[in-house]
Design a protein around this ligand. Structure first.
Ligand SMILES: O=P(O)(O)OC[C@H]1O[C@H](O)[C@H](O)[C@@H](O)[C@@H]1O
Length: 362
C-alpha cells in the first residue's frame, strides 16, 4: 500500500490490521484502522468454514501466515488510527495522546477495540434485538475512494473516507440494505471531525429505524478532578436504574462513582475540563441530540477483560448520540450526524464556550 500524500498515509498497525494515519503540519495526528487486509478476510472465511470441521491446525497455520505477511510492512507506526471504522488515536502537536486506549485492548477482529472512538450503529446500548452497540464497530470497513461530494473546505487536507455496506450474512440479523459512510478529518489546528452519512438502500420499499453514537473515550489525568459542563439541569435516563428518567442538578458534573447516563436533548456544545492537565475538550455536535456519560469505576473495571483494573481513573466516555428518538429512513433517504472535538487550554473554556463558533465544514 502506498502513501497518498504527507497528510494521509496508509500502513499496517497492530496484528497487521490496515490503518490510516492523518497528519497536520503542526504535528497533530489521528489514526484510523478501517479495514482488514484481504488475507484477513480470507482467514475469516476459511476459519468459519473450518469451524464446521474443527481443524484448528490449519486455522493456526493460516493465522501465522497472516502474521508473517503482515510483518512485511514498509511503513512505521505513527500517531492517528481509525480501526474497524474506529479512531484509535488522536494526538496534539506535542504528541500527547488525547483519547483513552486501554493497555488491555485487543486488536483482534471482530472484537471492538477498547478505547478511541467506536461507531455504534444501527443500535446503541442494549435496546433492540442486536448485540450491544450494534454491529458496525465489529465489521470490516473499507476506504471509500469515491465518496459522494462533501461541502468543500480546502484547508482540510488530512482526511479519509470509510464505508460499510450491508452483507448478505448481516441481512439475516438486520434485514436491511444500507450504506454507512464515515469521514474522519483532522483540521489544521488539530481538531478531529467525524461525519457520518447513512443511506437506506433497501430495494423492497421498506424504511428502517436505527440509533447511532460516536462512543468516545477521552483520556483524563484523574477522573475525580474532572468536570463536565453543558449537561446541567437536563433530563437523563439512568442505565444503572433501569433507564428511569431523572433531572440533573444545576452544577457541572463531577465523578466519584460509576456513572452510565443518557442525557436527552443536549446542547450542541459540551465541555470536559481536566483540571490537573489544565486541558478542556470541547465537543460540538450536529444531528446527535443525546449525550451518554459513562465511567465503569472500580468494580466493573475489574470485570472487563480488555480494561485495566485502575484505568477507570484515566478515562471518561462522553458520547454524542441519537438514542431516545431513533432515526427513521425511507429508501433513498440519507441521515447525517457530525462530531467535532478540540482540545484547548482550560483557561479558554470554563464557562466561556463561544456560542458563535460553528462547525468547520470539510
Ligand atoms: O463494553 P461495551 O459494550 O463497549 O460498552 C461499554 C459501555 O458503553 C456505553 O457507555 C453504555 O452506556 C454502557 O452501558 C456500556 O457499559
Amino acid at each position: 500500500m502506498a502513501s497518498e500524500n504527507v497528510y494521509v498515509e496508509h500502513c499496517k498497525g497492530v496484528n497487521g490490521l490496515d490503518k490510516v494515519i492523518l497528519r497536520e503540519i503542526r504535528g497533530c495526528s489521528a489514526e484510523v484502522s478501517p479495514l482488514f487486509p484481504p488475507i484477513f478476510r480470507l482467514r475469516f472465511l476459511i476459519s468459519s468454514f473450518l469451524s464446521l470441521f474443527s481443524e484448528p491446525e490449519l486455522f493456526l497455520l493460516l493465522f501465522f501466515t497472516t502474521q508473517i505477511l503482515s510483518s512485511f510492512s514498509f511503513f512505521p507506526l505513527k500517531q492517528v488510527y481509525l480501526d474497524g471504522g474506529q479512531v484509535t488515536s488522536w494526538k496534539n502537536e506535542f504528541r500527547e495522546q488525547l483519547l483513552f486506549l486501554s493497555s488491555k485492548a485487543t486488536f483482534k477482529p471482530p472484537n471492538a477495540i477498547r478505547g478511541g472512538i467506536q461507531i455504534c450503529f444501527p443500535q446503541f446500548g442494549t435496546i433492540g434485538s442486536l448485540e450491544q452497540h450494534g454491529f458496525a464497530r465489529n465489521r470490516l470497513w473499507s476506504v471509500d475512494r469515491d465518496p459522494p461530494p462533501f461541502p468543500a473546505n480546502t484547508s482540510h487536507r488530512a482526511f479519509v473516507d470509510l464505508i460499510l455496506r450491508h452483507s448478505e450474512e448481516e441481512v439475516k440479523i438486520w434485514p436491511h440494505r444500507y450504506e454507512c459512510r464515515l469521514r474522519v478529518a483532522l483540521g489544521p489546528g488539530g481538531d478531529l471531525m467525524l461525519t457520518s452519512r447513512i443511506r437506506n438502500t433497501n430495494t423492497d420499499g421498506k424504511s428502517f429505524t436505527f440509533t447511532f453514537a460516536y462512543h468516545t473515550y477521552f483520556s483524563v489525568t484523574d477522573i475525580s478532578e474532572v468536570r463536565v459542563e453543558g449537561l446541567e439541569t437536563l433530563d437523563y435516563l439512568d442505565n444503572l436504574k433501569n433507564r428511569e428518567r431523572f433531572t440533573e442538578q444545576g452544577d457541572a458534573l463531577t465523578f466519584e462513582s460509576e456513572v452510565d447516563k443518557v442525557y436527552l436533548s443536549t446542547p450542541t456544545k459540551i465541555a470536559i475540563l481536566d483540571h490537573e492537565r489544565k486541558r478542556t475538550f470541547v465537543l460540538r455536535k450536529d444531528g446527535l441530540p443525546d449525550a451518554v456519560v459513562w465511567n465503569p469505576w472500580d468494580k466493573k473495571a475489574k470485570a472487563m477483560a480488555d480494561f485495566g483494573d485502575d484505568e477507570y481513573k484515566h478515562m471518561l466516555c462522553v458520547t454524542a448520540a441519537c438514542v431516545e428518538k431513533p432515526i427513521i429512513l425511507k429508501p433513498g433517504e440519507e441521515w447525517k450526524g457530525r462530531l467535532e472535538i478540540s482540545a484547548v487550554p482550560s483557561s479558554y473554556c470554563s464557562g466561556q464556550l463561544d456560542p458563535r463558533r460553528i462547525f468547520l465544514s470539510n
